[in-house]
Ligand binder design. Sequence first.
Ligand code: C2E
Ligand code: CA
Ligand code: CA
Length: 493
Amino acid sequence: MQTDADGRVRRLAGSLADVTEGKVRDVLTGLPNRLLFEEQLSKVINLDQNKHGLSAVLFLDLDDFKRINDNHGHDAGDLLLCSVARKLEGCLRGSDMIARQKSGWSIARHGGDEFTILLHQLHSRADAEHIAERIIIGLAEPFLIGTREVLIGVSIGISFGSGEGKMPADAIREADTAMYYAKTDGRGRWRIFDPEMQAGATAKINLENDLRQAIRSHQFFLVYQPIVRLSSGRIEGFEALSRWKHPRGEKIGPDAFVPLIESLGLTSRLGRANFEEACEEVLKWNEFVSAGSRISVTVNCSSEVFSQPSFKHDLLLAMTRVGIDPHTLRLEVKEAALRGKPEQTRTVMNELRDLGIRIGIDDFGTGLSSLAFLHRIPLDLLKIDHSFVQTMLHCSETRDIVRTIINLAQNLDLDVVAEGVESAEQRDLLYEMGCTHAQGYFYSQPIPGAEVPDLLACNQKTQSVPRTTTRPDSESSRIETQLQNLNELLRQQ
Ligand code: C2E
Ligand code: CA
Ligand code: CA
């Protein structure tokens, strides 16, 4: 430990005699590691408690580091971590505030793309905020990795103080929790820990544990919402939507758990269970419909499944085990999900379509698609997001968007399903505009699979809706203009 003339701690790194250098330093960056950091922190906490000093722990997590590893390889990732370490040292060494106030500091690599910083003998909390700000600005500058310029950001959590009985691990955990909040606030930010955050983090951990347990004990099930052909009013298929029956009794919707399942890497386990269940149901339903008609089931696929090697295998296994006609299975993928790995996604999609499985884009219009993108991927249908359907009667701009999507689908020879249809007015307008299919509470809420045969029996009597407009011509030259119009309309929203 280096001290200045007043006996204040200046520099902590390398202060421990009881651990060998190799054990306390991170081999890649040469920074102190987690062990050494905790030792240093423990000393500072004791010192603070005796002398009423103010210290802060900053927990840093690089934003999107995985992207660098994925796009540029692990060697580039390693080089970047070293450059970040040097940059962080530079930020602290060059800080006027630290020099002026003779504050002590130490940086450690906590693990992966996480770093921790200990600031000691601060005059005020604002000093730590100032340092965090300086680091965010410093790391926003491009890094030169080999011949490439790489951009990376950082999110920072700050924990202050050394309250009674506080342990180093507590201070680090608090800063880590605050960092998590900085990330969810939109990255490239800093947040200061407050105790309410801990409650939120605990709730998240409980939910994660519950989810793992739910998958093990099959607490997920599917409900099915009919998809109706507008020209005949007949049900042609059902969309399978996941529900979670929590042991406490409540039913939880997918918006609350699908993102967490994805972040925990459990997507393929939920997907496998869904495929099996949906295939079994669709096989039963087709026994209830007259010869010649065919009922399909649509399964929603998470963003990353197309790049998972097990995806196609799980799907084929479920289809062959249950023995369904592949033409009765449809997959729906969100528009945004298709952008990650286009080549790999396209190959898998082509293979699935060759088997007879149909593929649709969900929530079309919520991401800005290009014509090249639409041409590149093999598709059967576009689905109009319910947010458009629900506002189109009162808002002419939204109506234009819906019309443009329908025209585009027609010109690309795709079916178009409008979701979230809640009234006859919406249905009629969609039909007039040339939409082929609709889905929503106007027809039915999502229902248990066991109720589907009754609904199908009633549906045979459904009346058709007269068509009042003609289809626009299908010149392919119009598609580009339509897509440009659509993107323009969406940008204006
Ligand atoms: P989505 O695929 O866009 O599904 C449509 C959502 O709109 C469903 O919500 C459905 O219940 C709801 N909905 C249907 N008709 C109406 C209506 O008339 N009005 C209104 N306001 N809403 C309507 P849900 O079931 O909560 O699903 C939310 C999202 O969760 C789905 O959006 C889908 O992306 C995702 N999801 C559902 N099940 C699964 C699954 O098994 N796997 C994956 N990866 N995602 C799923
Ligand atoms: Ca869907
Ligand atoms: Ca949707």
